[in-house]
Ligand binder design. Structure first.
Ligand code: SF4
Length: 319
């Protein structure tokens, strides 16, 4: 099993996506209340070689020697990928080694005020920043950033990056009722989004258990209403992930695949069947056995029963 690669899994936004995880669980510049990877244990804005770039490249080399290239190599994981000081080198390695594949970076945008980070990200095909708030108060309450991150430079960094970036920018806004769905915040967000001019604005909400209990997801109707009120033609509500293809090129190695997925994010049995392309009955049987063995636990949520690996904290999170 790879240490820094996960998947490929069908992504809502990227097709078949192989995850590249460049920071250990859970190094991040934010500690979002809705984070599906658990609480941030190292809240920092310091860039560093958190994992050895040579080991990541070796895993990528091995993967490409034994599998067909995915649609996307996606930098995400249990923390903020731009915190890795060699992100640009690894992006360049993939471009050279697998020119037919595309690269995407999911980022909380906290380091985009740094020209060096913007230059490294500019080598990706798709950059997927998030912006959940446009007022400092909501930003600090919802994303709980490092004290060194301020919202105004973050938004200016997004604007500067958009101006210079030739690739696609798909910006995600997570709407969380009681946090960022009041009219003033939504109006401020709209104004910021107009300035940033992302190619796509993707409205999303809580999909899995978050860091804090008692969070409620927005309804699809509420998200649709916000998109309609904004009246921005490139804003839309993200759809469910496509099903995994049944071909043998994608992983279906039973318990290991289930555990690797649940180590990165909580999922329902339906999620797992769709993500891994496994029959529902087989998923149910494997989940029951893993739960009996104490390798996973189940948590009841509004969308159903979510499973997570009991050693999830040690393994890290995902896209
Ligand atoms: S959701 Fe992303 S940015 Fe927020 S704490 Fe989790 S990993 Fe960090």
């Amino acid at each position: 099993m790879y240490q820094y690669l996960f998947g490929p899994v069908p992504s809502r936004r990227l097709g078949m996506s192989l995850g590249v995880d460049l920071v250990p669980h859970k190094v991040c510049s934010f500690n979002c209340v809705y984070c599906e990877c658990g609480k941030t244990t190292r809240l920092t804005v310091a860039r560093d070689a958190y994992v050895p770039a040579a080991e990541v490249s070796a895993e990528l080399e091995h993967y490409l020697a034994h599998h067909r290239a995915p649609d996307f190599f996606t930098f995400s994981g249990a923390g903020e990928p731009t915190l890795h000081s060699q992100l640009g080198e690894i992006l360049t390695f993939i471009r050279r080694r697998a020119p037919e594949a595309r690269t995407a970076v999911i980022t909380n945008a906290s380091l985009l005020d740094d020209p060096q980070v913007r230059a490294e990200l500019a080598t990706a095909d798709v950059v997927m920043p998030s912006l959940d708030a446009a007022t400092e108060r909501t930003f600090r309450r919802l994303d709980r950033p490092s004290p060194r991150v301020r919202l105004a430079p973050l938004i200016e960094g997004l604007v500067a990056f958009r101006d210079a970036f030739a690739g696609q920018m798909w910006l995600e806004v997570v709407i969380l009722p009681g946090y960022n769905d009041h009219p003033e915040e939504l109006a401020a967000l709209r104004a910021a989004l107009e300035r940033i001019r992302a190619d796509r604005i993707q409205l999303n909400t809580l999909d899995r258990p978050g860091t804090e209990v008692d969070l409620q997801p927005a309804s699809r109707a509420q998200l649709e209403q916000i998109a309609a009120d904004w009246g921005l033609e490139n804003a839309h509500v993200v759809a469910a992930a496509p099903a995994a293809p049944a071909d043998a090129g994608y992983r279906a190695d039973g318990d290991a695949a289930l555990l690797a997925t649940l180590a990165r994010r909580p999922c329902t049995a339906d999620d797992l069947a769709r993500l891994l392309g496994l029959p529902e009955g087989e998923v149910a049987e494997r989940l029951a056995a893993l739960e009996a063995a104490g390798q996973i636990t189940a948590v009841a949520q509004e969308r159903g029963l979510f499973y997570q690996a009991t050693d999830r904290a040690a393994r890290g999170g995902a896209e």
